[in-house]
Ligand binder design. Structure first.
Ligand SMILES: Cc1ncc(COP(=O)(O)O)c(C=O)c1O
Ligand SMILES: Nc1c(O)cccc1C(=O)C[C@H](N)C(=O)O
Length: 414
């Protein structure tokens, strides 16, 4: 009975939100419910063809001329602008380059140089590990001291630290719990004491509005392979607000960031544009795959993606969980205003539960220590998928299927 009511509700939500259902823009295997687009996004239609064209025609036939004729050289900034439009950053402020880790390193060192005499880098000790590791590593290079403070406590701590604060570096969405942190409040608090902020948008870019310019964010970094669907190892992006570009003195002074790379000067002079964030030769095939993937967002407003899909899908999943798996601990906020595009559940056998779900072709992931992490990529999931996932979860838990020995064997990549 419960299932009938939920099935009817899933159908009516899918009808109501039909205009924003972009499943047709993706190639997803039949019979799979993919809830891991927050780790590796699905393959958009047109990417395989674009990469084949880049390989066979641009590279195979046109060879080195393609740096100009196919504008390989301009691709990093061109694709950066496309991402900028999704995260609320005006053209000329976003560059596709390197990895999120490397881009964060550039920002930390540049920010320290922009705030001489200030010694604190505030960050979240519970962030995705690379954010903490890079913060510590870059801080050593730049002469900063890292203080680990939860995003919830950051505004108050920033006010206490005052003019010791150089940079606050936070994720906008917690990778484990999916909590959406208060980007406007932390940004304001940092600016009130003359500090800078950097936002890691790995778990928000492509899933919700971010409003970087609207909130006056100084810097942001994020990856191309999650909700942006750029494919495994896709290049990342970096945002530097227009007013900071001329003072963005980043430490990785490779020849691609030079004002005139082909002058082959032995002396470094940074490009006057966002291209000063470049380091070496970009991974062109990866940048072009990402560009093709971003076509999935053509004509789509991020406000609709957020409200009519991300929040509708995660909200409906919470309803399904309450009805079908009552009592399970929900680690993600129930309040829409505080939830990213994932729902995480806690279970003492979370790893085995996730493996049992995967065996049923419901793909989510496990995160230490006890998190079943389910990502709801807004473009290609439906409310029917959401219900299917919850029904499988009920069966895996209800029958204790997860206790089968094969589900406890840990693999290297999870
Ligand atoms: C918040 C966050 N930052 C950074 C990364 C990864 O950075 P990189 O692209 O350097 O591997 C991830 C996920 O891999 C992440 O979740
Ligand atoms: N980035 C990853 C990778 O390159 C291989 C395997 C997994 C991952 C990850 O998804 C980590 C990810 N940022 C996370 O939120 O857990």
């Amino acid at each position: 009975m419960v299932d009938d009511a939920l099935a009817a509700r899933a159908r009516s939500l899918d009808e109501e939100h039909h205009d924003t259902d972009l499943r047709g823009r993706f190639r997803l295997p039949a019979g799979t419910t993919y809830l891991d687009g927050n780790s590796l996004g699905a393959l958009p239609v047109g990417v395989a063809e674009a990469v084949a064209d880049a390989v066979t025609r641009q590279w195979g036939n046109d060879l080195i001329a393609s740096w100009n004729t196919a504008d390989w050289w301009g691709a990093s900034a061109r694709v950066g602008d496309r991402i900028g439009a999704l995260v609320g950053s005006a053209p000329g402020q976003v560059l596709v380059a390197d990895s999120t880790s490397v881009n964060l390193f550039k920002v930390v060192v540049a920010a320290a140089r922009m705030r001489p005499g200030r010694d604190i880098l505030l960050t979240d000790g519970d962030s995705f590990p690379t954010d903490v590791h890079i913060a510590e590593g870059a801080a050593r290079v730049a002469g900063l001291v890292v203080e680990r403070v939860s995003p919830a406590d950051a505004p108050a701590r920033i006010a206490e630290l005052g003019d010791r604060m150089a940079l606050a570096a936070y994720s906008s969405v917690d990778y484990r719990t999916g909590e959406l942190w208060d980007l406007p409040a932390i940004t304001r608090a940092a600016h009130d004491v003359g500090a800078l902020v950097c936002w890691d948008l790995c778990h928000s870019a492509g899933a919700m509005e971010v409003g970087l310019d609207g909130h006056d964010a100084d810097f942001a970094v994020g990856c191309g392979y999650k909700y942006l669907n750029g494919g495994p190892g896709a290049p990342a992006f970096i945002h530097v607000a227009a007013q900071h570009i001329s003072s963005f003195d980043q430490p990785l002074t490779g020849w691609n960031g030079h004002a005139e790379p082909f002058a082959m000067s032995p002396d470094y002079a940074p490009a006057p544009t966002i291209e000063r964030a470049r380091v070496g030769t970009p991974p062109v095939l990866g940048v072009l795959a990402l560009e093709a993937a971003l076509k999935a967002f053509d004509g789509v407003g991020m406000a609709g993606v957020r409200r009519r899909r991300s929040l509708a899908l995660t909200g409906f999943f919470l309803e399904c969980v309450d009805a079908l798996v009552p009592g399970i601990v929900v680690a993600s906020p129930r309040d829409d205003a505080r939830r990213g595009s994932q729902v995480s559940l806690r279970h003492p056998h979370a790893y085995a539960v996730v493996q049992a779900l995967i065996a049923r072709r419901v793909i989510g992931d496990f995160r230490e220590p006890d998190i079943i992490r389910l990502g709801f990529a807004p473009l290609y999931l439906t409310h029917a998928d959401v219900l299917r996932a919850a029904e499988h979860l009920r069966e895996v838990l209800g029958t204790r299927e997860f206790a089968r020995p094969e589900f406890s064997v840990r693999g290297a990549v999870t």
